[in-house]
Design a binder for this molecule. Structure first.
Ligand SMILES: [Zn+2]
Length: 193
């Protein structure tokens, strides 16, 4: 689930015009951005799901801090707070919310590997609805999120900007680039990279 997150960013952009697209893109990936250095340090890890070769969605992700429910709430609140201070309250609320949407989408696809508390404190059972076990459905949902998000963005961008030809062309170009980047991401994901 990478591409689905980007679709959310594009869709929200169509409603929250004042927020730059990059801030929404960063928001949807915030938890994974923090995951990367922890992965490099070996604090969080990825294993192949039992009986798989680690392809699309065939992973058990031990992101016990960044993707624990409590950890994600705190990290997304900090993210929102940063932009609330820099820009305004509304920007902070929207970006914090979009950042947390990452956890909710991950909850749908992950195989029961997301703890409630950081480091799986208390040993509660981990959560994850495991849609990755049906890769076809999971890929379809990711594609739908991407296409719907891009379509909403494209429509909003074309309807609000001045009717100058170059601005319209730019809206189409940006939408096209988002689609290509999204599909490329899925391609890499499918290739297991
Ligand atoms: Zn994630």
């Amino acid at each position: 689930m990478l591409l689905g997150h980007f679709g959310v960013a594009a869709g929200v952009k169509s409603r929250e015009r004042q927020l730059p697209l990059w801030s929404l893109m960063v928001a949807t990936q915030w938890l994974d951005i923090l995951f990367v250095p922890l992965l490099a340090m070996g604090i969080e890890t990825i294993d192949d799901a039992p009986g798989t070769d680690g392809g699309y969605g065939e992973a058990i992700i031990h992101a016990d801090y960044t993707h624990s429910l409590a950890g994600a709430i705190v990290l997304c609140a900090l993210f929102g707070l940063f932009f609330a201070r820099r820009w305004n309250r509304r920007a902070g609320l929207v970006l914090g919310g979009v950042a947390f949407s990452h956890w909710l989408l991950d909850l749908i696809v992950h195989r029961q590997d997301m703890p409630l508390l950081p480091g799986n404190l208390g040993g509660f059972s981990r959560v994850g609805l495991g849609l990755w076990e049906s890769p076809g459905v999971s890929i379809a949902i990711e594609l739908i999120l991407l296409f719907v998000g891009c379509a909403l963005y494209w429509r909003a961008a074309r309807s609000t900007i001045a009717v100058s030809g170059s601005a319209r062309q730019r809206a189409t170009l940006v939408t096209g680039l988002m689609l290509i980047a999204g599909l490329l991401t899925l391609g890499l994901d499918l290739a297991g990279l």
